[in-house]
Design a protein. Structure first.
Length: 496
């Protein structure tokens, strides 16, 4: 049963990062603009994050197995839509459908683990395996994507989902038990569902645009609207006898620390994997598969960290494991920020290992805390909060830190490309993204082309350093918060 759940989780987690290495070939084929490129990458995580709370509540009330199987079938159909895309619009639409299917699958996996494994130690180990698969999926996405893209084209990154969906759905029908709320008269509060979706997606959209330096009235108004909608959502939950999400869970200090740790850990590592994949391909010229292979340290370290986490929590406690995991993330970003430019791959390899180990420890400890904080019949709520933090973190990481990196890259390119014999259109393209600069360099050729490429590589490296400093600061703040919020001696082996 755990294998069925983990197989589905692996695909959903891989889809958050599998396009990182496919982006260059996808750009060559579909010619998406810079904004479309970002949406192709992060719309999946943003849609998924926006729907998780509602999906978790539906699973609690109407059956987690039903929700899991329905979502995975939709995930397979959406993969076909994305794989056959001949335009950016169709690919983005496919990614939206993938996000909807993933939102139905992910809280179901964690809530089913909560129901199937009633023994606290067995549940901790199962959550460790779950977190290892989630972390490894996000990390090996670039590797598998690179191999498929290099041999069969970018569409293969989606076609690979279809046979796994078919096998997993068949096994799930046969093996998985059904669990639902023992009180079937509890109906879903659809106004709360609407408020949840609108609030989370609007918040993510607004942060994405503000992060890119947009201070337009519309963007700021959307941010204010998102905060207002989420406030109304929270107040409504406090008044309902059977809320969509028990917001009082966030008054539990350990639960709040776990949610923040998951959000910030995935925000940082999601952006890092995205930027490192581009760095390997555009700055160092590796093929998609070669770039994916060089991100393998993060997958191996994430697997090790997640599997070690249950034993470490038993010996050291949740507080210490969270601190160690988040501290490893901060140390990785510090190394990247402080290493001399140009950055060498051995530095990046060590950084990826630190990020993977920290992610494995922090995510496993956080999931254990959240799933232990609720009764079994409301496990979908805890799964939804955990997965919302996870996926929203990945999406916002690409949007926020990716936008910061892009802004710094553009500012560095302005000075480095002044005076080059390029048209205004070529200068704009080269300054907008490293992919655009690579294309301009190839088309221009000669000394001017070489200068454009050198300027882009140096600017990308410089922007990576700045982004590492920002990431380090964010993780350090959350590390201090986690240590302060989690009580000394807190255990995640039982509900609190």
């Amino acid at each position: 049963m755990l294998a069925v759940l983990c197989a589905s989780l692996l695909l959903v987690a891989m889809d958050a990062t599998i396009l990182n290495v496919a982006l260059p070939s996808l750009i060559d084929d579909l010619r998406p603009g810079a904004l479309a490129q970002l949406w192709i990458i992060d719309i999946y995580g943003l849609v998924l994050g926006g729907l998780l709370v509602t999906a978790g509540a539906i699973g609690d009330r109407h059956g987690r197995k039903m929700l899991f199987l329905t979502g995975f079938v939709l995930f397979g159909l959406a993969s076909v839509v994305a794989a056959t895309a001949d335009s950016s619009a169709q690919l983005i639409a496919g990614r939206v459908l993938l996000g909807i299917g993933g939102a139905m699958v992910m809280p179901s996996t964690l809530s089913l683990i909560r129901n199937i494994f009633t023994n606290a130690r067995e549940r901790a180990l199962a959550i460790g395996v779950w977190a290892a698969v989630a972390g490894a999926g996000a990390a090996v996405g670039p590797l598998i994507g690179g191999l498929l893209v290099e041999r069969f084209g970018w569409a293969a990154a989606f076609w690979v989902n279809v046979p796994i969906v078919l096998v997993t759905v068949a096994a799930g029908i046969w093996l998985l038990p059904e669990y639902r709320d023992a009180h079937p008269d509890h109906r879903l509060d659809w106004p709360s569902a609407l408020l949840s979706v609108v609030g989370i997606v609007a918040l993510a959209w607004a942060i994405k645009h503000v992060a890119k330096g947009s201070l337009a009235v519309g963007d700021l108004a959307l941010l204010a609207l998102a905060l207002l909608v989420l406030t109304v959502f929270a107040r409504r939950q406090l008044r309902l006898a059977d809320p969509l999400l028990e917001v009082r869970l966030f008054t539990n200090r350990a639960f709040l620390a776990a949610a923040l740790a998951t959000l910030l850990a995935m925000l940082a590592i999601g952006a890092a994997l995205f930027l490192v994949s581009l760095w390997l391909q555009y700055v160092h010229g590796y093929s998609p598969f070669e770039a994916g292979l060089r991100t393998l340290p993060v997958a191996i370290a994430a697997l090790a960290g997640a599997l070690l986490s249950p034993r470490l929590m038993e010996r050291l406690g949740v507080r210490s494991v969270l601190a160690i995991g988040l501290g490893a993330l901060a140390a990785g970003f510090a190394l990247l920020a402080l290493s001399p430019e140009p950055t060498h791959y051995w530095v990046v390899a060590v950084v990826l290992a630190a990020l993977g180990a920290g992610d494995g420890l922090a995510i496993t400890a956080s999931a254990s805390v959240m799933i232990s904080a609720v009764p079994a019949e409301r496990a979908g709520q805890a799964g939804a909060v955990s997965e919302t933090s996870y996926e929203l973190g990945v999406g916002l990481g690409v949007a926020l830190l990716g936008s910061i990196h892009g802004a710094v890259y553009t500012s560095r390119m302005v000075g480095r490309t002044d005076g080059l014999p390029l048209s205004d259109g070529e200068l704009h393209s080269a300054r907008e993204s490293v992919g655009g600069a690579s294309e301009v360099a190839e088309q221009t050729g000669g000394t001017a082309g070489a200068e454009v490429l050198r300027a882009a590589q140096e600017s990308f490296d410089s922007a990576l350093t700045t982004t590492a400093y920002v990431s380090m600061g964010l993780v350090l703040v959350v590390t201090l918060l986690a240590v302060w919020l989690v009580p000394r001696g807190f255990s995640a082996t039982a509900a609190h």
